[in-house]
Design a protein around this ligand. Structure first.
Ligand code: ACO
Ligand SMILES: O=CC(=O)O
Ligand code: MG
Length: 547
């Protein structure tokens, strides 16, 4: 670290900020009082976060040993008691027919807020690579979005951006609990990145939002258990007490995007009943989690990624159970993301719209109260589908799911058949390479082969590769997928990428170190639980060298 780097000890504050104070804006985000609050949270909650991560490992070891996830016996009474409900949903959060998602990039924040979606889910997580600059600038952008002063000038386009009169409702998504923030230390260790995102967003926005009649709203990603939900709920209560604001100022939407969590939805709603307003089908991480959780189960290996859609039985069961569980408890049930993105070719664009309509129809018929889109040009299409289905209502809280077949553990875990093609493997290799290469340079969401790729979708590609190698999967053309075959194809697909992007871009980029990392995590005996963990040092190396 060079002379710009600071090590800040703030009196009684326990954390060390090891970032750069680039300008007064950075200093404002990391003000003494903001750091004091963050420090209080870290002091109170970081150790329990470590225990929760340990518990994940214990549970995973059981699944690796042959056990299957299932509904918990020790919490049966929470599920059986049909009398309890979550707190009532505040007015501004009742209409969530279409939510646009995107990273914390300044121009995209403005575009998303102006997109006519009801909600903008602004993401420090799947859609953002957590470089220091991205994370701090993201806080600056969201502060300015909340106080409506945000503007941006795009030099290349000679275009000025500012908010329109009726922006979407902002919900922030902090990082998952597994990701460290290496620029802030506590007792010599990186703090949980999620605490930084949560704390700084609350600190800088709760007063502004209160003046607008709004609470502070979060999407919480990648939970695996009711204990993790309780951890977050305790953080919310601690924060409300710390700032002397009323219970329920903080409202959370929980992504049900891991296989263990789908079996604990009642329990999660119960643990968070003072703060939770909705759950969401985070389908991409969910598919990834199905692979990860059941990675040692040869009878549940998923087929080619592009054959695993929401029409598959195990995914439809997940959507149906989430709707039923949420509505029984008075919470909204959000749908998820179709990964198709707009295209300039009218024929391809029509296909994209058809796919989005098909997906949103399925969700609205299943009873979801709203859905996600990845791009402003898809908001109107998704809105039309939900409007047609909702017939003047803004959600389906009264949706009758009694006709839905019982959603058993067996249905949630149902094996999924489909192709195991060389073309699919090669595409997974290229997607993983393209995505990781972008991520380690600070870009967390990229268009690849006509689809939105982010940290969740890319996980599916790389996890499949690991699983297929480790089970020696026989491909449809008769070849057995081995480490040697993977390495041959990895080399060949690097050449394909070179041809696709051109030699200059390839040489300037970081494809070779990406390939080394990808080779390592695909062929190692141990499965890396998250792609972003081994990739994080590469992201940091780049940034620290720049400073
Ligand atoms: C699994 C999950 O977690 S899903 C949630 C996480 N994923 C996301 O949030 C996806 C967000 N989407 C995106 O990042 C982008 O749409 C991408 C990367 C997929 C495609 O990006 P691009 O190819 O650059 O889009 P494109 O060139 O069509 O953009 C056109 C315009 O729309 C804007 N735009 C595109 N997507 C978004 C978005 N999600 N939010 C705001 N603005 C957007 C662009 O900024 C651009 O604006 P401009 O014309 O003013 O310059
Ligand atoms: O976060 C959403 C997902 O699909 O993953
Ligand atoms: Mg996700």
């Amino acid at each position: 670290m060079n002379s710009e780097t600071i090590l800040e000890k703030q009196g009684s504050v326990c954390i060390d900020v090891i970032g750069t104070k680039k300008n007064t804006e950075y200093a404002h985000i990391l003000s003494k009082d903001a750091c004091k609050f963050l420090s209080a949270l870290v002091t109170q909650f970081a150790a329990r976060r470590d225990e929760l991560l340990d518990l994940r490992e214990v549970r995973q070891a059981e699944f690796d040993g042959g056990a299957l996830p299932g509904f918990r016996q020790d919490t049966q009474r929470i599920r059986d008691d049909k009398s309890w409900k979550v707190s009532s949903i505040p007015g501004p959060l009742q209409d969530r027919r279409v939510e646009i998602t995107g990273p914390v990039d300044r121009k995209m924040v403005i575009n998303a807020l102006n997109s006519d979606a009801k909600v903008f889910m602004c993401c420090f997580e799947d859609a953002s690579a957590p470089s220091w600059d991205n994370m701090i600038n993201g806080q600056i952008n969201l502060r300015d979005a909340n106080n409506r002063s945000i503007s941006y000038y795009d030099m290349d386009k000679n275009k000025h951006y500012q908010l329109n009169d009726d922006p979407a409702l902002l919900i922030a998504r902090p990082r998952g609990i597994h990701l460290p923030e290496e620029h802030i230390h506590y007792n010599g260790r990186a703090i949980p990145g999620c605490l930084m995102d949560f704390a700084l967003y609350f600190f800088h926005n709760y007063q502004t939002r209160a003046k607008q009649g709004l609470g502070v709203y979060y999407y919480i990603p990648k939970l695996e258990s009711m204990e993790e939900a309780q951890w977050w709920d305790d953080i919310f209560s601690f924060t409300e007490a710390y700032f002397g604001v009323s219970t329920g100022t903080i409202r959370a939407t929980i992504l049900i995007e891991t296989l263990p969590a789908v079996f604990q939805m009642d329990e999660i709603l119960y643990a968070m009943r003072d703060h939770i307003v909705a759950m969401n089908c985070g389908r991409w991480d969910y598919i990834f989690s199905y692979i990860k959780t059941l990675k040692n189960h040869p009878d549940r290996i998923l087929p080619d990624r592009h054959e695993v859609g929401m029409d598959k039985a195990f995914l439809n069961a997940y959507s149906q159970l989430l709707v039923r569980t949420c509505h029984q408890r008075g919470a909204l049930a959000m749908g998820g993301m179709s990964a198709f993105i707009p295209n300039n070719d009218p024929q391809i664009m029509q296909n994209v719209l058809d796919k989005v309509v098909e997906d949103k129809r399925r969700e609205s018929k299943n009873g979801h109260d709203g859905t996600w889109v990845a791009h402003p040009h898809l908001v109107a299409t998704a809105m039309d589908v939900f409007n047609q289905h909702l017939k003047g209502k803004v959600n389906q809280l009264g949706f009758d799911s009694s006709a839905v077949d019982e959603v058993s553990a067996a249905r949630l875990l149902e094996p999924c058949s489909g192709g195991r093609n060389q073309a699919g493997v090669r595409k997974n290799i290229r997607i993983a390479l393209y995505y990781i290469e972008a991520w380690i340079q600070g870009v967390g969401c990229v268009p690849i082969y006509g689809l939105m790729e982010d940290a969740a979708t890319a996980e599916i590609s790389r996890a499949s590769i690991w699983q297929w190698i480790h089970h020696g999967v026989k491909l449809d053309d008769g070849q057995v997928f081995t480490t040697a075959l993977f390495r041959t194809w990895l080399t060949q697909e690097l050449d394909t990428i070179k041809a696709e992007v051109g030699e200059a871009r390839f040489d300037k980029g970081r494809f070779l170190e990406t390939a080394r990392l990808f080779d390592e995590i695909s062929t190692s005996a141990e499965f890396a639980p998250f792609l972003t963990l081994p990739s994080y040092p590469l992201l940091l190396g780049e940034n620290l060298n720049q400073k």
